[in-house]
Write a protein that binds this ligand. Structure first.
Ligand SMILES: Cc1cc2nc3c(=O)[nH]c(=O)nc-3n(C[C@H](O)[C@H](O)[C@H](O)COP(=O)(O)O)c2cc1C
Length: 358
């Protein structure tokens, strides 16, 4: 347990969630997130996907570092991939507060932040600087791939114009790019997951940027099961290298105990786990190995990670469990994943991938 988990987290739980988030970012900048030795991950945890090598499969999901301010501290604290954003073309304040709720009894969060962020100009400057300082010093096997998660403004948006513009602004500085079409908090955004709209956006990106890092689409867990094949096929036809399954849900699974359960917004954490796992398996069956899969939603143990890999995931991401447990969760998840792999008779994650689908 580092100082963050032992002393700071219990205090932060008493704070307003947005204040706590700001303090968490400051603490990371001060180096209180801990430092994992570069290149120290067990080789059994390493993953090759989308032409990239990841030292371990555990990523920080989008939304934690919306402005790319703590990419390096997050990478140093032991994550195997770090995704910054969602960033929009222009800065925007997001929805009125309160807009972030901790459902402590349910180990969950509801948020309706609404893409509050400083905009692509500041985001791109930070990533460019990071790219410049980190490239020459890479320890072999220790590079942590960085992703940029892109979205559109609440007003004045034109997806076919905005997403290609955003891709152009980050493509030289990141290892992968995510098109976020699944936040429930930007009106109309999830309509873009409809197959023909998705194809139009991907075509516009491909035309403007034939050379670019791997592109992923982040899916909603609320896509109707019957619509999954057409959305996945449209993404693959549009040339994506991967899919992230999934974002938060607007559904409210039975049994939520927190008084905040009726707040509007996207639900994440433990109550999302089953939904996200089922959606992953559904998507994986359609994908059938053609593109990479990043699992996200309610992951809080090594057994959860192995379950997602067995359901077809190459990589995973966490957000809510990190908020509740702090940076110490990364080392715990790695140790538990290795134990779960050994117990299941898997030497590598690649050996385990998709075995639950057969
Ligand atoms: C406060 C908060 C803000 C988020 N903001 C974003 C975002 O800007 N972009 C995005 O793609 N996902 C965002 N997410 C969704 C997470 O990346 C993740 O998909 C979701 O929380 C499920 O994972 P979890 O159960 O491990 O939290 C946000 C989640 C939370 C809790």
């Amino acid at each position: 347990m580092n100082i963050m988990s032992r002393m700071i987290l219990p205090l932060m739980r008493r704070l307003d969630p947005e204040d706590a988030h700001r303090i968490a970012l400051d603490a990371l900048l001060l180096g209180l997130g801990g430092v994992a030795r570069p290149g120290a991950d067990d080789p059994a945890l390493s993953v090759r996907a989308m032409g990239l090598r990841f030292p371990n499969p555990i990523g920080m999901a989008a939304g934690f570092d919306k402005n790319a301010q703590v990419v390096r501290p997050l990478a140093r604290s032991g994550f195997g991939l770090v995704e910054a954003g969602t960033v929009t073309p222009r800065p925007q304040p997001g929805n009125p507060q309160p807009r972030l709720f901790r459902l402590t009894e349910d180990r969950a969060i509801i948020n309706r932040m609404g893409f509050n962020n400083q905009g692509i100009d500041r985001f791109a400057v930070r990533l460019a600087r990071l790219h410049r300082v980190s490239s020459p010093r890479r320890v072999p096997g220790a590079h942590v791939p960085v992703g940029a998660n892109l979205g559109i403004n609440k007003t004045g948006a034109d997806p076919e114009r905005d997403y290609p513009m955003l891709v152009g602004r980050v493509k030289h500085y990141v290892d992968y790019i995510v098109i976020n079409l699944s936040s429930p908090n930007t009106p109309g955004l999830r309509d873009l997951l409809e197959a023909s709209r998705l194809k139009g956006i991907l075509d516009a990106i491909n035309t403007a940027h034939p050379e670019r890092p791997p592109l992923l689409v982040k899916l909603s867990p609320d896509i109707a099961p019957d619509d999954v094949p057409s959305v996945v096929e449209a993404a693959i036809a549009g040339g994506v290298q991967g899919l992230i399954v999934s974002n938060t849900t607007i559904s409210r699974p039975a049994g939520l105990r927190s008084p905040y359960a009726t707040e509007k917004g996207g639900l994440s954490g433990r109550p999302l786990r089953t939904l996200a796992q089922e959606m992953l398996a559904r998507v994986a069956r359609v994908v059938d190995g053609r593109v990479a899969l990043v699992a996200c939603g309610g992951i809080e143990t090594g057994a959860d990670i192995l379950d997602r890999v067995r359901a077809g995931a190459d990589l995973v991401q966490i957000y809510t469990s990190y908020v509740y447990e702090g940076p110490g969760i990364i080392a715990r998840l790695k140790a538990e994943t290795l134990r779960a792999m050994r117990a299941g008779g898997f030497e590598t994650l690649a050996d385990a991938k998709g075995t639950a689908l057969k």
